[in-house]
Design a protein around this ligand. Structure first.
Ligand code: NAD
Ligand code: TDX
Length: 348
């Protein structure tokens, strides 16, 4: 069936992989990418598919409710895959209200427009919210987050994502809207903005700059290749029952310092440097406020019910990612200039 799908945040890291996958795999669909093009949004991420006949880009802000209402009235979408967000925890500590506006108010604006224009036909119209494992808070040494884990967000970012998840569920319960949520662990791969740990470290090592590791580097994250996440979103979008939630993760936990050491080894090899030379760039810095100790996602439900499993082993994925950044110097230089550079200088 031909569908007209609104993907929000499609010029960002994960959104660009989702847009590319949908445009390439579903020639019958029309994919409309709505993005404000903040510092994190970059149309260069989509250069390979921008002229596809089943793709359109619209620049716009999900916080602008009258714009969103008119967009839904004009376009008559069949579904929404909502990824637009402020996504960086450190920025949320500096400017929490930006996160409330985009992540909470923006999501409610989309829900309101969907409610207004889909009212008589909810069962055929899907609202999919792409969310994060950070809504569950932090784990100690044991255990994993399941779909039944209680929400316990600690950062302004995770509090805003938790809030938007609650609104999505509230619109399903209150108005009968057809909604799906997935909560994913840390993604890595191409087009990842170099304020996040892995691309920031690659960029700094390449330029012989210090690699900031927060605290003692003991915090643990569960890493998933971004294209495996995009595939999970595809599978969930097409197969989940209304009202469902799925956790998406790599079963791939790494202590930050171990991950950075592995990355340093890969960079030494790729750049032809003496073994051990990149590790000398590691610089332990003041810890992130409210830093969650450990995330680990149990994605058994998604594997059992919808047959999704991660495809790429982490060491291989990390090497592939390093290769991509070294081959795309121009992309990296463009995104590390201007506003981002100023933010980076204020931080460190
Ligand atoms: P990103 O910061 O790379 O991209 C966000 C995109 O949203 C950008 O293109 C930006 O221009 C756009 N945007 C921001 N504010 C907007 C607004 N007001 N109106 C319209 N567009 C706006 O983020 P990402 O890492 O690709 O994350 C995408 C989604 O996935 C987010 O909802 C995030 O919470 C979630 N998520 C991310 C990860 C991860 O590891 N990066 C993991 C789990 C879930
Ligand atoms: O310079 C750094 N040094 C450092 O030690 C940075 C940027 C991060 N860190 C640490 C903090 C975290 O423990 O590395 C870990 C990963 O940090 P980020 O890359 O900022 O990711 P995280 O805070 O875990 O959040 C990410 O995963 C979940 C995304 O940014 C979120 O959008 C997503 O929801």
């Amino acid at each position: 069936m031909a569908l007209k799908i609104l993907i929000t945040g499609g010029a960002g890291f994960i959104g660009s992989h989702v847009v590319r996958r949908f445009v390439k795999n579903y020639p019958d669909y029309l994919i409309v990418n709505l993005d404000k093009l903040t510092y994190a949004g970059n149309l260069a991420n989509l250069i390979d598919i921008e002229n596809s006949s089943n793709y359109r880009f619209i620049k716009g802000d999900i916080v602008d409710s009258s714009f969103i209402d008119k967009l839904f009235e004009d376009e008559r979408f069949d579904a929404v895959v909502h990824l637009a967000a402020e996504s960086h925890v450190d920025r949320s500590i500096v400017s929490p209200l930006d996160f409330v506006m985009t992540n909470v108010v923006g999501t409610v604006n989309l829900l309101n427009a969907a409610r207004k224009y889909w009212k008589s036909n909810y069962e055929n119209k899907r609202f999919y919210h792409v969310s994060t494992d950070e809504v569950y808070g932090t784990l100690g040494e044991d255990g994993m987050f399941t779909e039944d884990t209680a929400y316990d967000p600690h950062s302004p970012y995770s509090a805003s994502k938790a809030s938007s998840d609650h609104f999505v569920r509230a619109y399903a319960d209150t108005y009968g809207m057809n909604t799906v949520i997935s909560n994913c662990s840390n993604n890595y791969g191409s087009f990842h903005f170099p304020e996040k740990l892995i691309p920031l470290a690659i960029n700094n090592i390449k330029n012989n700059k210090p690699v900031p590791v927060y605290g003692k580097g003991e915090n643990i994250r569960d890493w998933l290749w971004v294209e495996d996440h995009a595939r999970a979103i595809d599978v969930i979008f097409h197969n989940a029952k209304s009202g469902e939630t799925y956790n998406v993760g790599g079963h791939n936990e790494w202590k930050n310092i171990d991950l950075i050491r592995l990355l340093c080894n890969i960079m030494d090899q790729k750049l032809g440097r003496e073994p051990g030379s990149s590790e000398k760039l590691i610089s332990f810095v003041t810890d992130r406020a409210g830093h969650d100790l450990r995330y680990a996602i149990d994605s058994t439900k998604l594997q059992r019910e919808l047959g999704w499993t991660p495809s790429l082993q982490f060491e291989e994925g990390l090497e592939k990612t390093v290769d991509w950044y070294l081959a795309n110097e121009e992309w990296l230089e463009n995104v590390t200039s201007g506003n981002y550079q100023k933010y980076y200088e204020d931080q460190y």
